[in-house]
Ligand binder design. Structure first.
Ligand code: FMN
Length: 178
């Protein structure tokens, strides 16, 4: 039997407490015949190291637009090769930037450049997720065809229980490989 076609996935990782789950997401994607390139925001590196994500993906991790060790056209090159974009965890900040056409870092510039299908898995405090501006930004992105893998109710890092917990990794993988 021919082996399944390898999919090129770019995983965007944002500055959320749930960023530690990015390692598991990479592992599960690779188990499902995906090659994974990570673009992490500068803030994501406060939560998980680029070294961890590079080791798990087996590839360089991209972060800054102007990093000396990455190609000056990384956003264009990655946009050409990406078949699926998954932003997990996605912060209110990155959702807000994408919804408003802002491209002031590598991740948002790359997403704005790419024509690939984009999946967004938000993770944030429940009050943040319920904030009307965040709701409007999500609705706007959905209108433009972005697919959301909705957060679930659960115990949040701040100690409260509410909707904002990153969807289960298994459900994220199922949603994007459907
Ligand atoms: C401990 C801690 C946890 C945070 N968790 C989240 C989170 O889960 N979701 C979120 O939207 N913002 C969270 N933030 C705030 C973001 O890190 C902040 O908005 C940051 O500017 C996001 O940057 P980025 O969107 O470029 O990654 C958290 C901040 C701290 C200090």
């Amino acid at each position: 039997m021919p082996s399944p076609k390898v999919k090129e996935v770019v995983l965007g990782v944002c500055g959320s407490i749930a960023a530690y789950k990015a390692g598991d997401i990479i592992r599960r994607l690779k188990d499902n015949h995906c090659d994974v390139t990570v673009i992490m925001t500068k803030e994501a590196a406060q939560f998980i190291t680029p070294l961890t994500l590079a080791s798990l993906s087996g590839r360089n991790v991209y972060s800054g637009m102007f990093d000396k060790d990455s190609s000056p056209m990384a956003h264009i090159e990655l946009a050409r090769s990406a078949e699926i974009i998954l932003i997990a965890p996605a912060t209110a900040n990155v959702i807000g930037k994408l919804a408003n056409g802002l491209a002031d870092d590598l991740l948002t510039t790359f997403v704005t450049t790419s024509r690939a299908e984009v999946f967004i898995a938000p993770a944030m405090n429940d009050a943040m997720y319920a904030n009307q501006i965040v709701r409007d930004n999500c609705a706007k992105l959905k209108k433009y065809g972005f697919k959301f893998i909705e957060p679930v109710k659960g115990k949040l890092a701040c100690g409260t229980v509410g909707v904002g917990h990153l969807a289960e990794v298994e459900d994220i993988i199922k949603a994007i490989l459907k």
